[in-house]
Ligand binder design. Structure first.
Ligand code: UD1
Ligand code: CA
Length: 454
């Protein structure tokens, strides 16, 4: 594959988003539009990526970080003017330059590669990526001669009636020979309806200079969808959702009602895992093999080993080891590390805690800031009392402990290996190894109480 540099135009305002944020940092599947474009160009083989920023440049840079180079277009005077701002980098990189748009995130890596192949095979100076649409309104039209050779691109606003009837449109993405691009940029004039420097004019300039120009037409028109408003943003997300879920299915993951499930970008899911309806898997999540993620679960930036079951629960920044069962209605908050074959049952909340292998926390329990050993059994309604109103403290529970129902563990406190706690206890002091702690008032029975009350 030929080496190339991609240049991403991302300086525009995006007024129709009606947003304080620059358009290209809006997300689909948890990833900024411009990041999708940068990632896809790297996937296609781009050696370098140069992003042209302008409107709210700092916020766009903050998203992409140092994964690419930047050019600044301080004032937005058109697509040609935008690319002029990257002229120095284009000169330095040389070779093949692919122009992409920060707001066209659905372009596929294979399409970029095929366009480059076509460009090289035809020895073109520029190859424009085009599509044939049923409704071409608003787009630049590809004007060909009778023999089918591309002559020029005419913007909708500048087009004649006959030109507007053309259904082949300019996607706004191009493959250029760098020297030809630099030459053509030098010739651009803002003589048009919008008074802008049009990148599209480079085609006619190069043809007139005797260079070969061509077009590569995409089969799937979804790939060239630009995002201008939040309706188009949602449509693009739906298309990407279908692509991502389809890829997971091809890798051996079962989805029940995949159209209801949102798996964000760069999530990993192992073979034979089943994802139920209405599941949300957010970025950074890794799920092992043979897991069952039940309907309505939300898993955020968490790692699940193999054979884990999560039923209708919310997990954030959690690690769950193999064979563990979670839910229904469990809530794991950040920094929870749960061992193998653990049971985290209904209405259990875990935060900033380590839970050892084989432990059972079956119902209605809060485990916060705790280090819990192996094979511990929590009775229903146990609470780690980890906060005194000012500071948080840790609770330590050894292996093989039995915590009776409705126990309060007032931290900092320790329960040593093999200890028992009687139901209803409020534990404030060390419970030594193998001992039984009872920390509640004794039951008093008053047989004559009812008579006395009269
Ligand atoms: C452009 C094309 C049109 C094509 C359409 C496809 C031109 C003159 N026209 O039109 O033929 O059919 O895209 O969507 O190129 N941008 C900058 N700086 C600027 C202006 C634009 O960075 O000064 C960026 C925008 O952020 C956007 C891209 O360039 O990502 C395209 O700009 P936009 O104004 O949307 O172009 P269109 O008028 O739609
Ligand atoms: Ca415009």
């Amino acid at each position: 594959m030929k080496e190339f540099t991609s240049v991403i135009m991302a300086a525009g305002m995006g007024t129709r988003m009606k947003s304080e944020l620059p358009k290209v940092v809006h997300q689909i599947l948890g990833k900024a539009l411009v990041q999708w474009v940068a990632d896809v160009s790297k996937k296609a083989g781009a050696k370098d990526v140069v992003t042209i920023v302008g409107h709210k440049a700092e916020q766009v840079r903050a998203v992409l970080g140092d994964t690419c180079d930047y050019a600044l277009q301080a004032e937005q005077k058109g697509t040609g003017h935008a690319v002029m701002q990257a002229a120095e980098q284009i000169r330095q990189k040389g070779g093949v330059i692919v122009i992409l748009n920060g707001d066209i995130p659905l372009i596929r890596a294979e399409t970029i590669q095929k366009a480059i192949e076509s460009h090289c095979a035809n020895k073109n100076s520029v190859t424009v990526i085009t599509a044939v649409l049923e409704d071409a309104a608003g787009y630049g039209r590809i004007i060909r001669d009778d023999a089918g050779y591309v002559q020029k691109i005419v913007e909708h606003k500048d087009a004649t009636e006959a030109e507007r009837a053309v259904l082949e449109i300019n996607s706004g993405m191009y493959v250029f020979d760098s020297a030809a691009l630099l030459y053509a940029l030098g010739q651009l004039q803002p003589n048009n309806a919008q008074g802008e420097y049009y990148l599209t004019d480079t085609l006619e300039i190069l043809r007139t200079a005797g260079k070969a120009i061509g077009a590569y037409t995409v089969e799937d028109c979804d790939e060239i969808r630009g995002i201008n408003d939040r309706v188009q943003l949602a449509e693009a997300e739906r298309i990407m959702q279908r692509r991502v879920n389809t890829q997971h299915m091809k890798n051996g993951v079962t989805f029940i009602l995949p159209e209801t499930t949102l798996v964000e970008a760069d999530v990993e899911i192992g073979q034979d895992t089943v994802i139920g309806p209405n599941v949300l898997l957010k970025q950074g999540t890794k799920i092992g093999k043979n897991c069952n993620i039940g309907a309505g679960s939300q898993i955020i930036h968490s790692v699940l080993a193999d054979n884990v079951e999560v039923l209708c629960s919310v997990l954030t920044d959690a690690f769950v080891d193999a064979g563990t069962h979670v839910g229904p209605f469990a809530y794991m908050r950040p920094n929870s590390r749960v061992g193998k074959n653990v049971k985290v049952g209904d209405f259990v909340e875990i935060k900033n805690s380590v839970i050892g292998d084989g432990t059972k926390i079956s119902h209605l329990t809060y485990v916060g800031d705790a280090d819990v050993g192996k094979r511990v059994n929590f009775g229903c309604g146990t609470v780690t009392v980890n906060y005194d109103g000012k500071k948080k403290y840790r609770t330590k529970i050894g292996d093989d402990c039995f915590i009776g129902c409705n126990t309060n563990l007032v931290s900092p406190v320790e329960v040593e290996n093999g200890a028992y706690i009687a139901a209803g206890s409020t534990i404030t002091d060390l419970v030594p190894e193998e001992s039984l702690a009872i920390a509640r008032a004794r039951q008093v029975v008053k047989t004559d109480w009812k008579d006395k009350r009269k």
